[in-house]
Design a protein around this ligand. Structure first.
Ligand code: ING
Length: 312
């Protein structure tokens, strides 16, 4: 009897600056209920799901941005989501900004996802590893992408957790573009990777990539799924958010690399797939039998250097 898990991608349309957390949580609960009615046991929400994508603005005094972050999870605004999920017996993965007060009173700002089991218990919180964009104000841009100003990169990297009857991993947005992301979890036996993203269609450093955003989004998650024999769920917050057009195209990808479900709109939209977690073994035990075929002894550059070193 193979292990099946019915997973939903709960794609969001825009969250505008003036939308309150209560208004957003009401949208999340509505999608949680819809996913449950479609048989979902796990619902994946986007990156920074509770607020607008605030790194599109630069504020010189970063404490003026503190209200975009959550100090704890759950909290007063999100407790209704935790309660409804537990009542329905549905787990979920939620992306948000976390402002953490360190032991010595210092502040840490993380871009995180929290995974919650069907009984309401928190499985884990993952901190985004690859932080794109820029550290300082770049006024010539049509909009900022100052994630490297607002968030620290994870010091921990990628974990996996035994939950939902399988081995579950998490990544956030830009993480999905880096092959190391998938392989780090693949080497821990991951069977399902949960990923939220907020992706502006217009890529300021090279606008030639704009028209390819949907292609690149699918390309990296299909490749990562296939090359590591894992399911991948990519969930957008899309649509025109504070004037910035953001990619939708949420997808659920099988270990074969096939897209088994995809969103049609850039609004709040729930897509669902019944994932056979044992399907992973078809790839992990054959073409991607790591123990048999990998050659780490000749892969030294991958962890030995950061940037490319060109030949003389
Ligand atoms: N957003 C974008 C992402 O990686 C980006 C940033 C867009 C990088 C397009 C490269 C190309 O999808 C976040 N939040 O990481």
């Amino acid at each position: 009897m193979s292990r099946h898990l019915t997973v939903a991608a709960a794609q969001m349309g825009p969250v505008q600056r003036e939308h309150t957390r209560e208004q957003v949580v009401a949208r999340l609960i509505a999608m949680l209920r819809r996913a449950h009615s479609m048989g979902a046991e796990l619902v994946v929400f986007p990156e920074l799901a509770l607020t607008t994508f605030f790194p599109r603005w630069f504020v010189d005094d970063i404490s003026e941005a503190d209200h975009w972050y959550e100090r704890s999870m759950p909290n007063a605004a999100t407790q209704p989501l935790f309660d409804e999920a537990r009542r329905l017996g549905v787990g979920f993965c939620l992306g948000y900004a976390h402002l953490e007060e360190g032991a010595d009173g210092d502040l840490h700002r993380w871009n995180v996802q929290t995974l919650v089991e069907r009984d309401g218990s928190v499985v884990a919180t993952y901190k985004k590893t690859h932080i794109p964009g820029h550290e300082h104000h770049e006024p010539d841009r049509p909009f900022q992408h100052a994630e490297r100003y607002y968030f620290e990169p994870s010091p921990e990297g990628f974990g996996v957790w035994r939950a939902f009857g399988g081995i579950i991993g998490m990544m956030i947005c830009n993480d999905r573009r880096w092959p190391e992301t998938y392989r780090e979890m693949g080497l821990q036996g991951v069977e399902l990777i949960l990923c939220g993203y907020n992706t502006p269609v217009h890529y300021v450093p090279d606008p030639s990539q704009d028209i390819l955003q949907g292609f690149h989004n699918a390309l990296v998650m299909q490749a990562g799924a296939y090359q590591n024999g894992t399911w991948v769920v990519g969930v957008a917050k899309g649509g025109v958010e504070e004037g910035v057009d953001s990619l939708g195209q949420s997808i659920i990808v099988a270990p074969s690399g096939q897209i088994v479900a995809q969103a049609l709109t850039t609004d709040d939209e729930v897509i669902v797939a019944r994932c056979d977690l044992d399907w992973c073994a078809r790839y992990k035990d054959t073409v991607f039998d790591f123990e048999r075929y990998r050659r780490p002894e000749v892969y030294g550059r991958i962890t030995g250097q950061r940037g490319a070193v060109l030949p003389r």
